[in-house]
Ligand binder design. Structure first.
Ligand SMILES: Nc1ncnc2c1ncn2[C@@H]1O[C@H](COP(=O)(O)OP(=O)(O)O)[C@@H](O)[C@H]1O
Ligand SMILES: N[C@@H](CCOP(=O)(O)O)C(=O)O
Length: 331
């Protein structure tokens, strides 16, 4: 696109909410979400050329973020991205200044990968923007994922890719954490519905990581490894029953569920009403129930809406996996 046309246009990047861990894969599995009613469940970042850098924050959860733009992870994404462009040999004077607008649709500390959604929308948006501006994509998908993980690490206290990878790539992803292949996309059952209910409370990811023991017992280590290996095999063999049976969390849920009022009751209701799996999304308080038919998903969604939500910021959605991941549009 010519510079004159770019000056007139706004690029928008969207990045969906995600479920970290998916119960059985602490820090190693993640899934991107898309409500089946078409509602938006993810952050958006607009990018346009300006006289100076600025970040504007709007949207339902904008006022829950620090007011200082420099504390916003989107500003840090911009600064980091530009620094790497300069290291790559782009002259500072050849890099245009930008106005970025974050539409903060996801609640903070919700277990829906809120910081990851902002990071992915910002970095995917910047990569596409500069691809159009320079006529060459600055970073490959894998290089960009490495940067996304680094930024996520700045917020949660340790690098984990189980939100940024599904959010960026879409679907269900397994972390390989190899420098040339950070994440792998896995097959998923198209008939699975993921009822995702946010209670409205705030759980800090860093705090929910700190309450976990630093050592895992031998029996839990063996169960964790067995479940993950059998789950992946079952996905490829399309064995739904065995895959669902492996979706148990022996690493985090036993410690984190005490932070979540009505967790055991919600699991019991979901299981009695046909859920084939139930767990904490990321570090909570969002919980998810997996159903293999829409009728059960509707019953569980309604119960969670009335019983798990604790204030008027909470919500519940029947979702399927967002297989597209982050996306770009222009206006
Ligand atoms: N754009 C942003 N989106 C979400 N959190 C942000 C953003 N910018 C800065 N933060 C800060 O990062 C922290 C995110 O907390 P965390 O518990 O990791 O949330 P989540 O689990 O929802 O990603 C909060 O302290 C929040 O103020
Ligand atoms: N693997 C991480 C996932 C955190 O997800 P979030 O949505 O709560 O940020 C963990 O369990 O700590």
């Amino acid at each position: 696109m010519s510079e004159a046309n770019m000056k007139k246009s706004i690029l928008r990047a969207y990045a969906p909410a995600s479920i970290g861990n998916v119960s059985l894969g602490f820090d190693l599995l993640g899934a991107a979400l898309k409500p089946i009613d078409g509602s938006l469940l993810g952050d958006e970042v607009d990018i346009e050329i300006a006289e100076q850098f600025s970040l504007v924050v709007t949207g339902r959860f904008a006022d829950k973020l620090p007011p200082d733009p420099d504390s916003n992870i989107v500003t840090r994404c911009y600064q980091h991205f530009i620094a790497v462009l300069e290291q790559q040999g782009h002259a500072k004077s050849a890099i245009p200044l930008l106005k970025m607008t974050l539409h903060k649709h996801l609640p903070i500390g919700s277990g829906l990968g809120s910081s990851a959604s902002s990071i992915v929308a910002a970095l995917h948006g910047l990569n596409q923007f500069f691809a159009e501006y320079f006529g060459k994509i600055p970073f490959t998908e894998n290089e960009l994922l490495l940067i996304m993980g680094e930024l996520e690490g700045q917020i949660s206290g340790s690098v984990h890719y189980d939100n940024v990878a599904p959010c960026f790539l879409g679907g269900l992803t397994l972390m390989a954490e190899h420098k040339e292949q950070v994440a792998l996309q896995l097959p998923m059952f198209e008939n699975w519905y993921w009822v995702s209910c946010y209670s409205g409370m705030n759980v800090s990811t860093a705090a929910a990581r700190n309450i976990l023991p630093k050592q895992v017992s031998m029996s839990n280590t063996i169960q964790f490894g067995r479940q993950l290996a059998v789950f992946i095999d079952a996905l490829y063999r399309k064995d739904e029953k065995l895959a669902a049976a492996m979706m148990l969390d022996v690493i985090a849920e036993p410690y984190r569920k005490s932070l979540l009022p009505r967790f055991d009751e919600s699991r019991a209701f979901a299981e009695q009403h046909g859920a084939i799996a139930f767990g904490i999304s990321g570090s909570g308080p969002t919980v998810f129930a997996v159903c293999d038919n829409i009728e059960n998903a509707k019953i569980i969604n309604q119960w969670l809406t009335y019983n798990y939500i604790q204030n008027d910021t909470g919500f519940s959605h029947i979702c399927q996996l967002d297989t597209s991941g982050a996306s770009i549009s222009h206006s």
